[in-house]
Ligand binder design. Structure first.
Ligand code: G3I
Ligand code: 9MR
Length: 582
């Protein structure tokens, strides 16, 4: 069971009318002189760096008290405050730990007691399971039975066995109007479409979580239909999407369809009620390269499970190589949205990063020097990954398999590139009055995932150097997402004291169940507010980057969910659980 004290609507909370004991305990309100504690609502591992933010313009004396008997277990003084630019608010850092396992609150003169927080060796275990199980809830073409989906039981939707080749995707072997089959896969986000580019980074994040922290996933029971078989649940779940991805390749020439979607977004209905015709739309270099990278990586990872997936690793390798050849022959097939198509574009005109990532994964799989040369000719210094910016994925995979690199010089170069990025983020973390790496410009569409992808990079810094600051900084990124933010919200549905109740997510909107589907990360604050034209009822509380979020189901620019945002949540939860010393 997730740790949670009470569930209440955020709309009600902001109106200070929340029921239950949260407000009685004062967690959502500032104290008499404005002090306001923000912390990770799921708490900490015993070995975590335990930080809280106290909002307000001065350093404060504080106490950590047992939530069981009120005994004071620690006293401290918070750091001198500074203004955190993304929110334009003053913040002072409080060092809470070390603390032994238990359940605590932070309190101090003039401030309301904080939310209670546990210190527990399994603090992120339920979160990890739920963030992975979220993908099961997104299976296209499958009913979700009560035994696995509980109150989110639903009928199958989108069989995708009858998909029409759109004119934009025509090839000699499959002219426009041809009907093909590409079942399975995960719904991308709040919408019911399936996009290869966004599956790219998603698969890398999930498969990397398994590759980097296998011990966390072996024997884990996340309650999916395959749980208990000889394969870790993560790989069973990932296979649901990989099998679909394989069907997105044009067998004639290795080209890869950009997406499988309707012409327009569905209404807010359950999957089985959304029956508009589906199309293969476009063939793009980005899709081919993301596909090649994912298949090369998956061939490597699933080689250990050949018995359960006979012939699959070889099939993936062949698929990766033919997609790579297609991309080399079509290096600038940038996706352009056809005029009759209105679903997500995932358009990206800068392709060197996709070339570099695919070359890196193909090199690791085959050892072929031609792929190493291709990596060298396309790779630039890594940046925090996103669906459109995948260069770092190749660098991180290479760093994780240093033994396969051509030599010591290459190993050194790869480590330095990854460490350089992690070092920059750690510097931002150290300088930040809120003690997070997030800068004002990081509050893009999907900012919660930006925070977690920064955390993922910081974990690479720790994996490479074992310097404790990297681990602590990564912990802070998860803290931010789970409540140590100026909204005081844990952005994961169902996990935290105050969590989103009205995500832009068609099943959660249409199923008649009050609780949203659990384990999904809300996109998070986004000051561009691109949904305002569509959402007449939406009034954002602020234009400040870190405050521009609303728990409203129309707000797709701040409160949607997406597979590429949940995947780094899985990674960071697994990584902290695996790497934090006891
Ligand atoms: O390319 C510019 C860049 O030059 C600029 O520096 C930057 C500043 O914010 O903006 C960049 O463009 C942004 C682009 O994402 C790339 O990051 C756009 O402003 C922004 O509107 C765009 O948002 C994307 C959104 O779709 C709209 O296309 C999100 O990243 C993407 O996650 C989101 O994905 C949608 C799918 O289309 C459909 N399914 C749901 C999914 C999640 O909302
Ligand atoms: O539901 C759609 C969501 O998944 C996308 O991220 C978003 C931006 O592409 O668009 C949403 O769909 C809206 C569409 O763009 C405009 N009309 C209203 C749709 C539902 O809110």
């Amino acid at each position: 069971m997730p740790f949670r004290l009470v569930r209440c609507s955020l709309a009600a909370l902001f109106a200070f009318a929340c029921s239950g004991d949260v407000l009685a305990a004062g967690a959502g309100t500032p104290g008499a002189d404005g002090g306001h504690a923000r912390l990770n609502q799921l708490g900490f591992l015993p070995g975590s760096r335990m930080l809280a933010v106290i909002e307000g313009d001065r350093a404060r004396a504080f106490e950590i008290v047992s939530d069981v008997d009120g005994a004071v277990v620690r006293r401290g003084q918070s750091a001198p405050p500074g203004t955190w630019a993304p929110a334009g608010r003053e913040a002072s850092i409080a060092e809470l730990g070390p603390l032994p396992p238990g359940r605590y609150r932070l309190q101090g003169a003039g401030m309301a007691p904080s939310d209670p927080f546990p210190v527990d060796a399994q603090a992120y275990a339920a979160l990890l399971d739920a963030s992975l199980k979220a993908f099961y809830f997104h299976r296209a073409g499958s009913p979700l039975d009560a035994a696995h989906a509980g109150m989110h039981v639903r009928a199958a939707g989108h069989p995708d066995t009858d998909v029409e080749i759109h004119a934009s995707a025509a090839s000699p072997g499959r002219p426009a109007g041809t009907v093909v089959s590409a079942p399975g896969g995960w719904y991308d986000a709040g919408d019911y479409n399936k996009y290869v580019v966004n599956s790219g980074i998603t698969m890398w994040s999930l498969l990397s979580a398994y590759e980097h922290f296998p011990q966390v996933f072996r024997g884990r029971d996340t309650g999916i239909p395959e749980s208990g078989d000889a394969v870790p649940d993560l790989l069973d779940e990932a296979w649901w999407n990989l099998r679909w991805m394989l069907a997105m390749q044009d067998p004639g020439d290795g080209g890869v369809y950009h997406k499988l979607t309707n012409l327009r977004f569905d209404g807010a209905v359950m999957p089985d009620q959304a029956t508009a015709r589906r199309y293969m739309v476009g063939r793009s270099t980005a899709a081919a390269l993301d596909f090649a990278a994912v298949m090369a990586m998956a061939s490597r990872v699933y080689a250990g499970y050949e018995a359960r997936f006979p012939g699959v690793p070889a099939r993936m390798r062949a698929a990766a190589e033919s997609a790579w050849r297609w991309a080399q022959a079509h290096p600038d097939a940038v996706y352009r949205q056809p005029p009759d198509v209105h679903t997500g574009a995932y358009g990206d005109a800068r392709l060197d990063d996709e070339f570099a990532w695919a070359a890196a994964e193909l090199f690791l799989l085959t050892g072929d020097a031609a792929y190493w040369r291709a990596f060298e000719s396309h790779a630039a210094a890594p940046d925090v990954p996103s669906w459109a910016n995948v260069g770092a994925l190749g660098w991180i995979s290479l760093a994780a398999h240093g033994g396969r690199l051509p030599g010591a010089a290459e190993r050194e170069r790869v480590s330095q590139a990854v460490e350089g990025l992690a070092g920059r983020l750690a510097g931002q973390w150290r300088q930040s009055p809120w003690r997070v790496a997030m800068q004002p410009e990081d509050f893009v569409w999907g900012s919660s995932a930006m925070a977690l992808n920064q955390g993922l990079v910081l974990l690479q810094g720790y994996r490479l150097t074992r310097q404790r600051d990297y681990l602590d900084a990564a912990q802070s990124q998860l803290d931010y997402v789970l409540g140590r933010n100026p909204l005081g919200v844990s952005f994961v549905t169902g996990y935290g004291v105050r969590t989103p109740m009205h995500v832009h997510h068609r099943p959660s909107q249409a199923d008649g169940v009050a609780e949203p589907v659990p384990g999904w990360l809300s996109g998070g604050p986004n000051p561009r507010q691109q949904d305002l034209g569509d959402c007449k009822d939406v009034t954002y509380p602020s234009k400040a980057p870190a405050l521009s979020w609303i728990d409203h189901d129309c707000s797709y620019a701040s409160n949607e969910v997406a597979i590429n945002w949940n995947a780094p949540l899985v990674y960071v939860a697994a990584g902290l659980q695996a790497l934090t010393p006891p």
